[in-house]
Design a protein around this ligand. Structure first.
Ligand code: CA
Length: 221
């Protein structure tokens, strides 16, 4: 079971978020200020850390920097009240992997948490004759390496990890196109057709990447 740390001084956010994460099966520790966050994080027992940027004591950016020094690879997600570009750049500079702007949908945050945990835990995936090396970001069909764009790779990796199961369009948009959550899904359709072409699929009768009408996609091994 993954263990998460939430650092957020606003109980109106921390308490319901903790409950939602616990319902998903995660063990969750919470705290409301930067000093306590560093003390908790020092134990290095968390698989993912969520940090509010505006914290009393030590601010979220500094908390992130200090945790990053000790834990170079733990996924860190920022909660940020502002969506100014400077704030985001500062957050990424401080070592965050991702950020969610308040107010956010809990379902969106849960999708990001799942995606980041999966990235760090599942490095190799295989379905049928398609193989993915997540750490190296390489993919093969049979013996042939596929030349994929970053989004095509993320899309294929997600579908292969969930092979045999339907992955909804909403989940794909949240996990592969983070920032375009509210955007058009035409982008997705385009990438699906490019991906099929690179896999050598017959567009009118694809073997692997199948459309489940009105729901999403399913990778058929
Ligand atoms: Ca705050």
């Amino acid at each position: 079971m993954a263990r998460l740390l939430i650092v957020e001084d606003d109980e109106g956010i921390r308490v319901p978020l903790t409950r939602a994460l616990e319902r998903e099966g995660y063990a969750v520790d919470g705290c409301g200020d930067g000093h306590e966050a560093l003390a908790r994080a020092a134990a290095a027992e968390h698989d993912l850390i969520i940090i509010d940027v505006g914290l009393p004591g030590i601010d979220g950016l500094e908390v992130c920097r200090r945790i990053r020094e000790q834990r170079p690879s733990v996924p860190i997600l920022f909660l940020t009240a502002q969506d100014g570009e400077l704030d985001i750049v500062d957050g990424l500079d401080a070592g965050a992997d991702d950020y969610v702007t308040k107010p956010f949908r809990v379902s969106e945050l849960l999708a990001r948490v799942r995606a980041h945990l999966r990235r760090t835990t599942v490095e190799l995936a295989e379905a049928g004759d398609v193989r993915i090396d997540q750490a190296a970001r390489r993919a093969w069909r049979g013996a042939d390496e596929l030349e994929l764009s970053p989004k095509e790779f993320d899309l294929l990796a997600l579908l292969v990890r969930e092979a045999g199961r339907v992955v909804t369009r909403e989940r794909i948009m949240a996990e592969v196109w983070d920032e375009n959550w509210f955007g058009s899904t035409k982008t997705l359709d385009m990438h699906v057709s490019w991906l099929r072409r690179k896999l050598g699929e017959d567009a009118s009768d694809p073997r692997h990447v199948q459309t489940v009408r009105g729901v999403g996609l399913r990778f058929e091994p």
